[in-house]
Write a protein that binds this ligand. Structure first.
Ligand code: UD1
Length: 420
């Protein structure tokens, strides 16, 4: 088990460069098996989820090679259409491979994916999207068998704009003759980034970033060199680290245009934020103000992946605020630990009501999911005394050396590894 030890009370100040985005790199890695040629990816975040995805590709027969933050994938030797069971259960993004594998082999076998325990997270939308493209889906004992012999381009309507389902259907449709239209598609920037990558591979896609996406099938895709977009959630989390400590944080390589919802809330809390090109600078007030309400929504609404961090900020803000989690049904698991640190949060269903307190006290707390773990670390930065965040390996799923980044800004955070 990994733990983070935090001695709170340091005002964070300094400049950091934002890493490549996990949620862009993962579907892009899945898409790289759409071609037999080699794909070179740059600025790939070296985080647990990306490592696991690369391992899955290797087990499917692809050649993968890391060189620093460069990752090369060669799908030429890919030989299996069966997802490795144990690894797939560790990351939800393994389901992104369903579309690309179907495109390559016209058949695929997958198990239900794993990932953060933040709700039911079914895959019905992925499967109904693929069915609309003629895939025959059979589920048997937790194993999903997909037969794509009769796959065809078509009209797909998603009941909900699921990020993963949108990406899976786009990838499945890339090489189907004719035009596939996805209605009620998700509009997240990482989908736009995936489509840019697919276009660099020779694909033809219109409307990425809007609710209607059209894929004009091409005969084949070729290799490409690509740099995934920077991570807006990592950037938002680092801004929150500055905000909660009354500090001043500058980020370079920030996806500024994709961070309006996050910056608007931080401004509402009293932070001054300047943006210039791909640089963003946050200057926090001495004490944050509570915002009246924050509701998570699909993009361009407030991202659910920033909700936990904002709950930590609200815990120490002046006044009372409400957070409504509309995307996932079980995403306040960190609230109990924040309360153990002295926060005053009441949760009921998808709503959290937070009465800001003047200070938090360090405690032994447990990361239960990726963003919740980041939120507890943020709380530790302002808590009096020592905070220990256990199960920090969950934080490693999405942040590369989180403690090192915070230390570069002046925080006192160290890592401890304990064997069971
Ligand atoms: C992606 C992101 C994740 C983010 C989420 C929402 C990646 C690797 N992960 O996850 O960080 O929190 O978008 O912005 O990009 N749903 C169904 N049926 C489905 C699929 C989804 O009911 O078939 C539900 C989910 O349970 C959830 C909601 O739809 O309540 C949103 O899920 P979705 O947009 O699919 O998120 P992911 O792609 O899993």
């Amino acid at each position: 088990m990994e733990s983070l030890l935090i001695h709170g009370g340091k005002r964070l100040e300094g400049t950091l460069r934002v890493d490549g985005a996990k949620n862009a790199a993962l579907p892009i890695l899945a898409a790289s098996v759409l071609t037999e040629n080699t794909v070179h990816l740059y600025d790939v975040p070296d985080i647990l989820d990306v490592r696991r995805m690369a391992d899955i590709l290797s087990m499917l027969g692809c050649r993968t090679h890391w060189h620093g933050h460069e990752l090369t994938v060669s799908g030429h030797s890919m030989c299996s259409s069966e997802m490795p069971d144990a690894l797939s259960k560790q990351i939800r993004s393994s389901i992104f491979l369903l579309g690309p594998i179907l495109s390559r082999f016209r058949r695929a076998t997958v198990t239900y994916p794993g990932g953060c325990e933040i709700g039911l997270r079914p895959i019905d939308l992925h499967l109904s999207g693929l069915r609309a493209l003629g895939v025959d889906v059979r589920e048997e004992g937790g194993v999903i068998h997909c037969d794509g012999v009769n796959m065809h381009a078509g009209e797909v309507h998603l009941d909900y704009p699921s990020v993963g389902a949108t990406e899976n259907v786009i990838m499945a449709a890339m090489c189907l003759a004719g035009t596939t239209t996805i209605h009620n598609a998700a509009r997240e920037p990482e989908i736009v980034d995936l489509c840019r990558f697919l276009t660099a591979m020779g694909g033809r896609i219109h409307g990425a970033g809007s609710a209607t996406i059209q894929v004009d099938g091409v005969k084949r895709l070729h290799g490409a060199d690509y740099t995934p977009m920077p991570d807006r959630i990592v950037a938002g989390t680092l801004l929150c680290a500055g905000a909660i400590t009354g500090g001043c944080v500058e980020l370079t390589n920030a996806p500024v245009d994709d961070m309006h919802a996050i910056c608007a809330k931080l401004r509402e809390m009293g932070c001054a934020i300047c943006e210039a090109g791909d640089t963003i600078c946050l200057q926090a007030p001495q004490r944050l103000n509570a915002f009246p309400i924050l509701q998570t929504q699909p993009h361009p609404g407030f991202p659910t992946d920033m909700q936990a961090q904002m709950l930590a900020l609200l815990s120490v803000a002046e006044g009372t605020g409400v957070i409504v989690e509309n995307v996932f049904e079980n995403r306040f698991t960190h609230a109990g630990d924040l309360n153990r640190m002295g926060a005053r949060i009441i949760c009921s269903g998808r709503t959290a009501i937070v009465r800001g307190v003047e200070s938090l006290t360090g405690a032994h707390v447990t990361a239960r999911d990726l963003r919740g773990g980041a939120a507890l670390t943020l709380a530790g930065l302002v808590a009096q005394g020592e905070t220990v965040v256990e199960h920090a390996e969950l934080i490693d799923r999405g942040y590369e050396h989180f403690e090192r980044q915070l230390c570069l800004l002046g925080a006192d955070v160290t890592r401890k590894h304990t064997t069971a």
